[in-house]
Design a protein around this ligand. Structure first.
Ligand code: ANZ
Length: 962
């Protein structure tokens, strides 16, 4: 039998009753209701004001903004794995609508991106044309699923009306700076005022009035939240573009394409996300996100508390960053990153006396040694340099600095395990307590001093050690200087005392360091948002005024970035936009008369469009503002339990833990600081759905074969007569195991697909797709149908009785189901909700006879969020003229929900010893077990054996001891 084609037992036997629920019936119902919903705007969520204002009664309700991570319109279309999250949010949104909320639920497209551009390069098709065709296809696929989206609010990030505002936000960021005292972004004009008024010293010490335009621009560039800089960036010649740190793998290659990535100095746009490092960490606390994702963000931002310490040298000093200032007495040498700018300055002309061969590497002079080592270090990635296991390399600079706490002269080395981009690019080395320093000190025969009393039995004589002692839970020793002593203190207290001493003596200060780097924001691409920036004749970057937005992408001949030999680090990018002279060189009037300008020719990274899209759903057609303030406050503003505001529920894959979610949080905070929005966080609650996996079948060469053509024979899997292996993997075209929603909809209908995806398991767990199991949910819908519609006549088959006439068993089954399904839907436990619906439906089937109307109606309402088409159809057949979508979800009557129990009397030797509350349906065996396990009964028996137990379930147990 075929593994993925279940048609062996047709879902509809040939002799089927004429009015049975079949795939054809499902198809007809689904198409019909989708048209009605569209025509009637059933899912339109009214805004309190503006062009989407509507029904004040709905607006007055509590609101819910329920959102999916929007898709990239890939040419491959959707497979059944993609809509898992969309169906889940749809079920949840429908449930919220039925429980009295004004629900905003919609979906747009994240449509800039590389695949369309690559396709354009190969075929000459404009990326817009292929992207729009893909979107059209996906819109069709999604529509079939019956998702209750407010379609008036959908858009794509490539729409110029949308990216106008992406560009506008860029300009807000460009035109602001971070005031570290106020802990918020402020307009750059306010900084200029402070400089001009002399309220804030101008870096460089000159008066603001004395600076030229170019000099002023340079000063402001040091403050702007979006700035161009020549800092070393990740240059990937194989892709022809630079990449953000987040896009580079741990082994220094491009996440996409796996090309080598080099550090190269290129002038690029950056976003000063580091200004927000502490707030990005602090504000996580109030968010309802999976702990694992919060942890990944915290680690990525990498907050380290420690101190800066100045080591004097030649009348100046080298500043180090340390997280262990308590070990200052144990610092026996220093290390600078090879690129550190002070290296030349302090390197003496000749080796000092006593500089032995291992330190100098045999070089004639310090300058020679430094140059040789620098050349060697430059060829390595940061990750290679930091690898724990690697042999420590380095070289003495010939210089000595002074340990400020004890006046000791410590040699200064350069070594590649110290990175320029972290802390200050210089460390104090404490070999006794840091494992990297320990390895280095052993290799270079450097002294060590134990300053933290080992707690593992070894003594303080480091000669006998074979690794560093790194514990934080121990006492400080050998740490007494002229005016400070740490001896006997624990690590935490010692840190506090030494930091206080550093600050008092002017040798340093307590500080917090972050691992996070600024966000590299330009790409050498065509298919992205152009920067709204032009350069004047002096090369000063000028913002385009809002009236010139959107700045649209020009039509070009050639979409390709120039790529290079992936291993050639010396190459330089060439952007597709730069090849269009007419677009690049323009005469514009930016308020000071027409002048010649050159446009920025990079484009924004494809994360830009997804940094703020939640805001545009709120007010999608607003051409005067990003979003109306009242509308934003209504849907996203801070409220009870959500101090920073944000979307009520955001569902998507866990792979976006850092990139998208960090960038979007950053933009939210800038917009919040500048007063454009009331929410300082974009997404209050985040939920990561699991993945739908699929079996991958491979032949003996390891090549995936089409899963749909594999047959199973006695536990073996065969493809064209040959045995193939089977493993669970990803679903997708490349593994030849994709199943499309279209196939399943055609075979069973969208309601069955929705139920199956929701029933497969808890939403956050990955699960294997099994086409053969889909029919189970189809049968559930058939039974549901049969409980309301007569299969022979097509007439309504319910019993027209009042709820008071329904038998107690059925009422109990109904209200328990209502109670359970309600809780499950609220808690996003869709699989168990379906199990409870199934149970109730089976109860009704088993009970036989027509289903009482009140029960049938409640059942249909319970099903409505999960299988909306069949529910709408049955609801109308039950005689209602309004849509089921806005009906109230049933509420359980507590009298039927509480489990009924009976009191069972337990006698020992005829005397009542205990009373048990038990289920009336309990079996004799279970009741006997429960009675014998009861403490009072055990006490009454006092260890005596048992001769006989008489059980009359559920009311009596009589025990006769031996
Ligand atoms: C002395 C010391 C003693 C250190 C000790 C550690 C243990 P995190 O926690 O990651 O922030 N360090 C500082 N700057 C560095 C750089 N640019 N490249 C490589 N290493 C650097 O790590 C901070 C610690 O890493 C600092 O504290 C410093 O070593 C080292 F028992 O200073 B420590």
């Amino acid at each position: 039998m075929s593994e993925t084609n279940p048609a062996a037992t047709p879902a509809v036997p040939a002799d089927a009753a004429p009015h049975r629920y079949t795939a054809a019936v499902a198809a007809e119902i689904e198409a019909r209701w989708q048209d009605v919903w569209d025509a009637e705007g059933t899912y339109a969520a009214p805004n309190p004001t503006g062009d989407l204002a509507g029904d004040p009664e709905l607006v007055a309700r509590p609101k819910k903004f329920i959102m999916d991570m929007f898709p990239y319109p890939s040419g491959a279309g959707l497979h059944v794995g993609h809509p898992l999250g969309y169906i889940a949010t749809d079920v949840y949104a429908r449930f919220q609508r039925m429980t009295g909320h004004n629900v905003l639920h919609t979906l747009g497209f994240d449509a800039f991106g590389l695949p369309a551009e690559q396709y354009a390069v190969q075929t000459g098709t404009h990326p817009r044309a292929s992207t729009e065709a893909n979107m059209k296809n996906m819109v069709g696929q999604l529509r079939r699923l019956g998702l209750g989206h407010d379609k008036r609010r959908s858009f794509a990030t490539i729409d110029p009306e949308y990216y106008k505002w992406t560009q506008w936000i860029f300009l807000q960021i460009f035109n602001s700076w971070y005031d570290t005292d106020a802990r918020r972004a402020r307009p750059i004009a306010e900084l200029v005022e402070q400089f001009a008024a002399g309220e804030r010293p101008v870096p460089g010490g000159r008066a603001w009035a004395d600076l030229s335009e170019v000099e002023r621009a340079d000063v402001l560039g040091e403050y702007r939240l979006a700035y161009a800089s020549d800092a070393p960036v990740n240059w990937c010649p194989g892709l022809g573009t630079v990449l953000a740190n987040e896009e580079v793998t741990a082994d220094g290659r491009s996440e996409r394409g796996n090309f080598p990535v080099f550090k190269s100095k290129l002038r690029q746009w950056n976003m000063r996300i580091t200004a927000y490092a502490d707030r990005l960490i602090d504000d996580l606390d109030a968010l309802d996100w999976p702990e694992a994702i919060k942890l990944q963000q915290r680690n990525w931002i990498g907050r380290s508390e420690g101190a800066r310490v100045d080591f004097p040298i030649d009348g100046e000093h080298i500043t180090v960053f340390t997280t262990r200032p308590d070990t200052l007495f144990g610092a026996t040498y220093m290390v600078l990153a090879p690129e550190h700018p002070l290296v030349e300055k302090f390197t003496p002309a000749a080796w000092p006396e006593g500089a032995h061969q291992v330190w100098t590497g045999g070089h004639a002079t310090p300058a020679e040694a430094v140059a040789a080592y620098r050349a060697q270090a430059a060829s390595k990635s940061d990750v290679e340099r930091q690898a724990e296991a690697k042999d420590k390399t380095g070289v003495f600079t010939g210089a000595y600095a002074t340990n400020p706490v004890n006046g000791e002269q410590v040699p200064v080395f350069i070594a590649d395990y110290v990175l320029m981009g972290y802390g200050t690019g210089a460390i104090m080395a404490v070999p006794a307590h840091d494992s990297r320093d320990f390895a280095f000190a052993r290799a270079f025969e450097l002294p060590m001093r134990c300053v933290v009393q080992p707690t593992d039995g070894r003594g303080t004589d480091t000669d006998t050690w074979d690794d560093a002692f790194g514990s934080h839970d121990a006492a400080i020793v050998q740490s007494t200087g002229a005016d400070v002593s740490l001896d006997g203190l624990g690590v935490t207290d010692a840190k506090a005392r030494i930091t206080e001493w550093l600050e008092r003596s002017g040798a340093g200060e307590g500080t917090v360091n972050f691992r996070l780097r600024d966000w590299l924001f330009s790409r050498q691409r065509y298919w992205g948002e152009p920067f709204p920036i032009v350069y004047d004749e002096d090369g000063v970057a000028r913002a385009l005024p809002e009236s010139m937005l959107p700045l649209e992408l020009p039509e070009v001949e050639d979409y390709s970035p120039r790529t290079f030999d992936p291993d050639d680090a010396d190459t330089r990018p060439e952007t597709p936009l730069s090849r269009n002279d007419e677009w690049v060189h323009v005469t514009l009037d930016l308020g000071d008369g027409p002048k010649k300008y050159r446009r920025e020719t990079n484009t924004m990274p494809n994360w830009a469009g997804s940094c703020w899209y939640e805001l545009r759903y709120l007010d999608p057609h607003n051409d005067r503002q990003l979003v109306d303030a009242e509308i934003e406050r209504y849907w996203m503003g801070p409220r009870e339990g959500m101090p920073h505001g944000g979307v009520d529920l955001y569902v998507g894959g866990a792979e976006h833990a850092v990139l998208h979610l960090l960038y979007a949080r950053f933009w939210s905070k800038v917009l919040f600081d500048l007063g454009h929005v009331s929410s300082a966080e974009p997404f209050h609650k985040l939920y990561n759905q699991g993945m739908i996996q699929a079996y991958v079948y491979r032949d003996s060469r390891g090549i995936a074969v089409p899963a749909a053509e594999v047959t199973e024979d006695d536990g073996a899997y065969l493809y064209q007569g040959e045995r193939v292996s089977r493993l669970l993997g990803k679903m997708g075209k490349s593994l030849k195991n994709a199943v499309t929603p279209d196939e399943i909809c055609a075979e069973y209908g969208a309601d069955t697909l929705r139920l199956y995806e929701m029933a497969m398991g808890p939403l956050d767990v990955s699960r294997p797709w099994d086409t053969r199991a889909v029919v189970g949910q189809f049968r559930l819908l058939q039974r549901l149908w049969r409980n309301v519609v007569d299969e022979e006549t097509g007439e309504l088959s319910v019993a027209e009785v009042a709820e008071s006439d329904v038998d107690a068993d059925t009422l109990r089954a109904l209200h328990k189901a209502v109670d359970g399904v309600r809780q499950d839907l609220e808690g996003m436990r869709f699989n168990t909700a379906i199990a409870k619906v199934t149970e109730l439906n089976n109860h009704l089937t088993k009970a036989g006879g027509p289903v009482p109307r009140p029960v049938a109606e409640a059942l249909v309402l319970l099903v409505a969020p999960l299988a909306p088409h069949v529910a709408e159809e049955l609801w109308r057949r039950l005689g209602h003229t309004d849509s089921v979508v806005h009906r109230d979800f049933p509420v359980a009557d507590p009298q039927y929900v509480a489990d009924e129990t009976v009191t069972c009397v337990v006698q020992v030797k005829g005397k009542v010893k205990a009373r048990l509350e038990v289920d009336p349906a309990i079996s004799d065996e279970e009741l006997e077990k429960a009675a014998l396990a009861d403490d009072k009964v055990v006490a009454a028996l006092g260890g005596a054996g048992i001769r006989k137990v008489i059980v009359r379930a559920p009311k009596l147990v009589n025990i006769v001891p031996a």
